[in-house]
Design a protein around this ligand. Structure first.
Ligand SMILES: [Cu+2]
Length: 146
């Protein structure tokens, strides 16, 4: 941990014009649309500069060898709980990946920080295909703070 902090300070000093800020990891929780038999859990971390945000997610408990798609979403009006609000997705933040045989998914992607500035949640959907067409309203979600 001490090394990580030292590295971060070093990175800031080296790139003063584009400091990266790492968020504390967010915890993904299952959503109502998760199919019976899967209990997805995981974490999301984001590293942000003024221009770009790199987001990484690791989810376990998913179906094996299956495509999933994740994105940030704006707040919707179906609930005051961001994950239940049904907000519009931010297409430019889309990340697609396939689980391994154990049902573990690792995703990483870069989005423009301005594009996701209004995001209130990040979620993972089952995908119909390898290009990220959502097959459900979401299987795992976490609120996020921009
Ligand atoms: Cu989504």
């Amino acid at each position: 941990m001490k090394n990580l902090i030292l590295l971060s300070v070093g990175a800031l000093a080296l790139s003063a014009c584009a400091p990266m800020m790492a968020s504390a990891p967010y915890t993904l929780a299952p959503q109502a649309a998760a199919p019976a038999g899967i209990v997805p859990v995981g974490t999301v971390s984001a590293s942000r500069s003024a221009a770009t945000t790199i987001t990484s997610a690791r989810v376990t408990g998913l179906a094996a060898n299956t495509y999933y798609v994740a994105h940030y979403h704006l707040m919707g009006n179906a609930s005051t709980d961001p994950c239940k609000s049904g907000g519009p997705l931010i297409m430019s933040s889309m990340m697609v990946g396939q689980t391994d045989a154990a049902g573990t998914l690792n995703l990483s992607g870069t989005a423009l920080t301005a594009d996701i500035a209004g995001a209130t949640y990040f979620n993972v959907h089952t995908s119909k295909d390898s290009v990220g067409t959502p097959a459900d309203a979401g299987v795992a979600c976490t609120p996020v703070t921009p």
